[in-house]
Design a protein around this ligand. Sequence first.
Ligand code: C2E
Ligand code: MG
Ligand code: MG
Ligand code: MG
Length: 292
Amino acid sequence: RAKAQGRNTFGFYTAEMNQVSLEKLRLEHDLRQAVARNELVLFYQPQVNVSTGQVVGVEALLRWQHPQLGMVSPAKFIPLAEETGLIVPIGAWVLREACAQSQKWQAWGFPPLKMSVNLSALQFKKQNVVQLVQSVLQETGLPAHLLDLEFTESLVMENTEYIIQVLQSLRDLGVQLSVDDFGTGYSSLSYLKRFPVNTVKIDRSFVQSVHHVREDAVLTRAIIALARSMNLKTVAEGVETIEQLNFLMQHNCDEVQGFYFSKPLPVFELEQLMHRQTHFEIASFEPLPQTA
Ligand code: C2E
Ligand code: MG
Ligand code: MG
Ligand code: MG
């Protein structure tokens, strides 16, 4: 029966579809071995305090150096890692690696840098994420308050009560929590009140069009104002231009992250940057005229 079904399904495939699924199959096969073969690396993107220009943190972003294909974009392999469940062991590796790196920097006397790590919803479903975070903090010796865990709104969509409990347990460990890509999900703004989070990260898609799409400017301002009224910090991602930075400054966004300051960097380059400058020049930026 399996054979008949197999032939049947096979019949629907065009050569092109076959090509795509073969490629995916190969990528999946290779991804399974990527951790063991040391092909995964973390890049770090600085997060800059808007009022002081100080580099206050970095976000750890995963890169896959494939032996034949070169750098594979996270946009391509993260969804695959989620589909196959591989994101669970990979995510644990990311957390360990990022915390160990951060602790190393602290030991070297770097100024305190918050380390932001992305967590996939699957890590909450398939694993005791609280236990994982607790043991990684213990193993690496990283002070909990320097770790910031990013998750997206979609995580809280199902099993809201349970997830809020898990998030609360994470907060009890002393780590910080951020809602990533805020504004792209389907949850209402009022949901935010129920999450035990510290920070809201405004999605790149809004930031990038604050000067072309009126609705995005309005929404960005509303998100910042709402977050502030709830004593939450705001971080804008994907800041590429001085106009975007000025807009965010003018509307009291706390921190920014984006190509305007720096791309995500390999460890060594991030270290060079930190040796050269722990601050970016903000004072020279022309603030837009404030009304009243
Ligand atoms: P994200 O967490 O929202 O990360 C921000 C993305 O925006 C990163 O893409 C970063 O390189 C990019 N970015 C930052 N500044 C700019 C800018 O000024 N302009 C533009 N055009 N892009 C900018 P990246 O590194 O390709 O990662 C994509 C997504 O993959 C991440 O989005 C995150 O959702 C996921 N991801 C990356 N690393 C991990 C990880 O370790 N675990 C999990 N679960 N997901 C990860
Ligand atoms: Mg993120
Ligand atoms: Mg983000
Ligand atoms: Mg994003």
